[in-house]
Design a binder for this molecule. Structure first.
Ligand code: HEM
Length: 520
């Protein structure tokens, strides 16, 4: 009996201490006099995500409520205080001008026990800088040029598969096709070939392992939200406990694929124009090359970056184009003109697809400086990614105490800083009528009128998306061949508006995207 009372007293003491700690933790912003919303214990300000809202809503509401009242506001991720930026000048300072004070993302990874998690997106500090320097030459225009024929070959197979799906409905009034799955298979085959040197052929065989594990990488979480928040908040403890982030079967699969391909290429002396070849060349670089684990982790992140982001972008673009036939036709005419001139989709042809670029990609002035030839593509892709920002928030970690200009507030060392990309992209003062789909928001003249941090679909500054050109190339090729061969319109099953997945960190549609597809 005495033991029972003792246990109860111990439990009560522990709960009391936990409550005191949480009170102290959740008082962080109030003590500093920073605007903030009251948090829900243990969940912080993201309690609704995955239940009643997607990850977009809390940040949009927060931004709308506090924008103009302060350059940043206070927020809580689980038990961690984070600052949410509300002012574009401050965004630019954090991402570009004062980058050295905010160079980390602060993501958890575990090089020892979970080597595949130690990839460029997660790395920080010197490890990140060295890896970024090594990988940057992998994404030059020349390298993209060399990979383009592979992408075009797969795009031709893609058209054939879509034709077969449309043919199933021959003679019927409608020909509904689920395009999201087809786009995922297209990008899997492209990135499987370019990052892993494999002919995955998921376009013809949807049961291939690469396709299933590719999906699993995005759908299966090793940890629940609360555990994830705690791991991010206490990375040293998590490493000590040997906690992994990537599922074992996913990790084992990619490690095995890279090992087998490397061994085969070395044995047979095979060279190809792909990312794996470039990573292999880095293996024996003087002054410290890449280890096998490092190569596998980088191939893995190229796969993560290249598969879901680009297929979602194309899926969102097709949905928008189906609802806006005038924009679709303008894009198609451009593709027809460019193909009539060049006879094929070569690099020069891609450069001339100006309007298509406005529909999907797009960029701030900063990116235009580094590759002015790519501006046109921004029009098409840009407006899609403004409306549907695949990464709805970006994160940086403060490395040294940073006084916010014009205020007495300090972003303390170690504090995560959130850039609310989706909220900025839907700010009516920056993009009037933000729900309207209008690729002409991304003409060079219109871009010039806006703040350079007003468009952040690929991030900004030295830690922006390294795969931008590749993603751009594959999305542009994919959309160009689709518009050239098919017309898209809403079918009876088409969701309007498109419903989004509530549990995914990256923006995804909740289910498939069904559109009426007509062969031209
Ligand atoms: C539509 C396609 C894509 C979108 C929307 C996209 C978006 C992004 C965003 C928003 C970031 C974070 C930038 C920041 O924090 O400032 C990022 C980083 C990154 N992306 Fe992409 N991405 C795309 C395609 C790709 C592709 C094709 C690859 C690789 C082949 C890739 C690889 C990466 C990597 C490795 C990083 C981390 C860079 C670093 O921390 O140094 N992405 N991407």
């Amino acid at each position: 009996m005495a033991l029972w009372w003792l246990s109860l007293a111990l439990l009560a003491t522990l709960l009391g201490l936990l409550a005191l700690w949480l009170r102290q933790t959740y008082g962080y912003w109030a003590r500093r006099g920073v605007l903030h919303d009251p948090p829900v214990w243990l969940y912080g300000n993201l309690h609704s995500v995955g239940r009643t809202t997607t990850a977009l809503e809390p940040f949009r509401r927060f931004y709308e409520r506090y924008k103009g009242r302060a350059p940043f506001g206070g927020f809580y991720f689980a038990v961690r205080g984070v600052a949410v930026l509300l002012d574009l000048e401050l965004v630019k300072l954090v991402m570009v001008k004062e980058f050295n004070s905010f160079a980390h993302r602060g993501n958890y990874y575990n090089e020892q026990d979970d080597p595949i998690s130690a990839h460029l997106f997660n790395l920080d500090g010197r490890d990140w800088r060295e890896m970024r320097n090594k990988l940057t030459p992998t994404f030059t225009s020349l390298k993209m040029h060399q990979m383009l024929p592979t992408v075009v070959d797969i795009a031709e197979r893609f058209v054939q598969v879509v034709r077969e799906q449309v043919a199933v409905h021959a003679g019927a009034a409608e020909s509904p096709v689920e395009v999201k799955n087809l786009l995922a298979r297209f990008t899997i085959d492209v990135i499987g070939s370019c990052a892993f040197g494999l002919d995955c052929n998921s376009l013809n065989d949807p049961d291939v392992e690469f396709y299933h594990l590719g999906h699993k990488t995005f759908t299966d979480r090793r940890h629940g939200r609360l555990a994830f928040g705690l791991i991010q908040a206490f990375p040293r403890l998590a490493r000590w406990l040997r906690i992994k982030m990537v599922s074992d079967d996913v990790s084992e699969f990619y490690m095995r694929v890279v090992r087998q391909t490397l061994e085969y290429r070395e044995r047979e002396g095979v060279r190809r124009n792909d990312f794996l070849n470039l990573l292999m060349e880095l293996r024996s670089e003087p002054g410290g090359g890449l280890s096998f684990n490092q190569i596998a982790a980088q191939a893995f992140v190229f796969f993560l970056g290249g598969f879901e982001t680009s297929s979602s972008t194309m899926g969102f673009a097709l949905h928008l184009l189906a609802l806006h036939p005038d924009v679709q036709q303008r894009g198609r005419v451009e593709v027809q003109q460019v193909l009539a001139k060049h006879r094929q989709l070569n690099y020069e042809a891609l450069r001339e697809l100006k309007y298509l670029k406005q529909i999907i990609y797009g960029e701030s002035r900063e990116l235009q400086f580094y590759d002015s030839q790519l501006i046109p593509f921004y029009f098409a892709t840009a407006e899609t990614l403004r409306k549907y920002s695949i990464a709805s928030i970006l994160i940086r970690k403060t490395l040294t105490d940073f006084r916010v200009p014009g205020t007495s507030h300090v972003l303390e060392a170690g504090l995560p800083v959130v850039i609310p990309v989706d909220a900025i992209h839907h700010d009516p003062d920056i993009y009037p009528e933000p729900e309207k789909f209008d690729p002409d928001r991304f003409t060079p003249e219109a871009i010039e009128q806006r703040h350079s941090a007003a468009y952040l679909a690929f991030g900004a500054g030295p830690r922006n998306c390294i795969g931008l050109r590749f993603g751009e190339m594959q999305s542009l090729v994919g959309l160009a061949v689709l518009l050239h061969n098919f017309r898209f319109s809403p079918a009876r099953e088409t969701e309007i508006p498109l419903q989004l997945n509530k549990t995914s960190f990256f923006l995804q549609s909740r289910g498939g995207i069904v559109l009426n597809v007509q062969q031209l």
